[in-house]
Design a protein around this ligand. Structure first.
Ligand code: ZN
Length: 243
């Protein structure tokens, strides 16, 4: 089983009627109910919960963390951000969605501003698969489309991704690196662009398919535990004549 925690700041859905009508139980619940949950154990965490729902116990019990935030990035306690970063470095997978590009955790892991262009005009978005052999692209066609979305445009101020899986084209003319991966420590990170709160993007079957693939890709593989520090030789080291 993959132990998945879906974190959502869960604010827009409670204060905006339009957004509440799209996501009556919150974006986190829509994702949790929409993904392929075969062999995935889903748990939810939100900003208002004690320790934002991300206690040591919850994080130690999480293989993959999904992050959605927008209006309340600053309300996320630094102590919790440090705790999430530590778990990523230990091997927990992290999937950062849409406006999570400006979350404290993403910026901390990237080390850059993570800034970008944006426009809320209902652009059609076409996501081209540029790495068809990548596990996150498994089962997709050459591209898929979202009828209307917020536009995110280059330049996206991120470190060069380890792998680029999707490039988005928008009706207004911009392009964007919309599916990127990085390794940090033992952890795998996937940034996936779609998911503005005023559009029903997290009901789109292709978007859910990508998130489902990403959960499986980001899950830790439990390889050898790294050992650091002073090391005894495995073989006898022959004496050398010091000159
Ligand atoms: Zn947005």
């Amino acid at each position: 089983m993959i132990r998945l925690t879906i974190w959502n700041e869960y604010q827009h859905e409670k204060i905006n009627e339009k957004i509440a009508s799209i996501y009556p139980e919150g974006i986190h619940t829509a994702i949790g109910k929409g993904i392929d949950s075969t062999e995935v154990e889903v748990r939810y965490a939100t900003l208002d919960m004690p320790e934002h729902g991300l206690t040591e116990e919850v994080l130690n019990d999480t293989d993959v963390l999904i992050w959605w935030g927008h209006r309340a990035h600053r309300e996320v306690a630094d102590e919790i951000v440090d705790r999430v970063q530590k778990r990523v470095l230990q091997g927990m997978g992290l999937i950062v969605l849409h406006s999570g590009h400006f979350s404290k955790i993403f910026k901390k892991l990237m080390g850059t501003s993570c800034d970008l262009k944006w426009r809320e005009a209902g652009d059609r978005e076409r996501l081209w698969v540029v790495d068809p052999a990548h596990p996150i692209a498994e089962g997709l066609g050459q591209y898929f489309e979202i009828g209307a979305e917020e536009m995110y445009g280059e330049h996206f101020d991120i470190p060069a991704p380890d792998e680029l899986i999707f490039v988005s084209w928008f009706e207004g003319g911009e392009v964007f690196r919309s599916g990127c991966t990085w390794h940090r420590g033992q952890g795998k990170i996937f940034y996936f662009r779609p998911g503005h709160e005023t559009y029903p993007t997290y009901y789109n079957k292709d978007v859910l398919h990508v998130i489902s693939n990403a959960i499986r890709w980001a899950a830790p593989r439990h390889g050898a535990r790294p050992v650091y520090g002073n090391a005894k030789p495995l073989e006898t080291i022959s004496p050398k004549n010091e000159t």
